[in-house]
Design a protein around this ligand. Structure first.
Ligand code: HPA
Ligand code: ZN
Length: 326
């Protein structure tokens, strides 16, 4: 088969997807209308035309504005169902989905509304589409550690509905160690731990995500390229990197996909995976990420198998399921 067909058809896991980043402009407008929320854009086309980013922060400003239409449990359900249907159609058999509760609780939406809606979508998608899905609660790193602790406290009655915690939002100026104590608490609670690090931030942020937070996976991590000792460690420990090629392109982390360093990271022996990050904003779901990256960099069939296999190795599914999938 041709490479694009193989990339689309191969079973894979998606491990770096922000559910609020799967909110398509059409759904933003439909929810705005349903909920009586005023948007600063006149049309779907006008909103879409605002999707031109120069760095992470320029994206986050629009991403948080888009999430303002989410008010009721059904809104969170509809958003997650739409993503899971799309993911299943792209042969994603397992998804570990980030959500940002503070984006919603800050607007007065109770955390139960957020988590119950997302969880119900995961349960129904499993039954109706056969896709397995789990939730990872992300703390917003531009807010305080105290705010993260309060969010964790609010979420704990729903502890059985998420498998871990992560760290996202504005990276520069907000190093992982700012969240040392809340991650230590999450570790005691037996939650899985991941963190965005080395998207725009320096290799030092990856080191502290590993050594201070004890992150089991690094989200993005592409700046590890500039630190040979770090590359050696990530390869030796097989710490997964959840890389998002189209996100890196659209946020100007790399000037072109041809210059993306995923091929070098893979060649250095790291457990690299391919993911979509915020597909509604970055112009492609997971298979577009694979296809465009492979076309631009000349990766081939053996790399496709390696990346699919890595996605299962890097996932938090139980060991038996992992063996069956790999
Ligand atoms: N980086 C940091 N925060 C985010 C991202 C990202 O790529 N996507 C959504 N929130
Ligand atoms: Zn991300």
């Amino acid at each position: 088969a041709r490479l694009p067909e193989l990339l689309a058809a191969m079973p894979k896991a998606e491990l770096h997807i922000h559910i609020e980043g799967s909110l398509e402009p059409e759904l933003i407008f439909a929810l705005a209308q349903r909920n009586g929320v005023a948007l600063p854009y006149a049309s779907v086309a006008q909103l879409r035309s605002a999707y031109a980013f120069s760095n992470l922060q320029s994206f986050l400003d629009i991403y948080y504005a888009g999430a303002s239409v989410l008010l009721h449990e059904q809104d969170f359900y509809d958003m997650a169902r739409a993503y899971l249907a799309r993911a299943a159609s792209e042969n994603v058999v397992h998804a570990e989905i980030f959500f940002d509760p503070q984006t919603h609780t800050a607007r007065g939406v109770p955390i139960e509304v957020v988590i119950q809606g997302l969880h119900r979508a995961c349960v129904d998608a499993r039954a109706e589409l056969g896709i397995s899905a789990a939730l990872i609660l992300c703390f917003l790193r531009h807010l305080s550690e105290e705010d993260a602790f309060a969010t964790l406290q609010q979420a704990l009655p729903l502890r059985d509905k998420f498998i871990g915690v992560g760290l996202d939002s504005s990276e520069l100026g907000h190093p992982p160690e700012k969240f040392a104590r809340v991650f230590a608490r999450c570790r005691e609670l037996g939650l899985h731990l991941v963190a965005h690090a080395g998207e725009e931030g320096p290799p030092a942020y990856i080191w502290s995500a590993l050594d201070v937070l004890h992150a089991e996976r690094i989200d993005h991590g592409v700046q590890a390229q500039h630190d040979a000792a770090l590359l050696e460690r990530l390869a030796r420990e097989r710490t997964p990197l959840t890389v998002c090629p189209l996100s890196n392109l659209k946020l100007c982390v790399f000037a072109s996909l041809a210059q993306h360093n995923l091929p070098q990271l893979l060649a250095a022996g790291l457990c690299v995976t391919v993911n979509s990050d915020d597909p509604a904003y970055f112009g492609g779901y997971i298979n577009d990420n694979f296809t465009q990256l492979f076309a631009a960099t000349g990766l081939g069939v053996p790399h496709a198998y390696m990346l699919a296999r890595n996605s299962f190795e890097a996932s938090f599914v139980d060991a038996g399921t992992k063996r069956a999938w790999q």
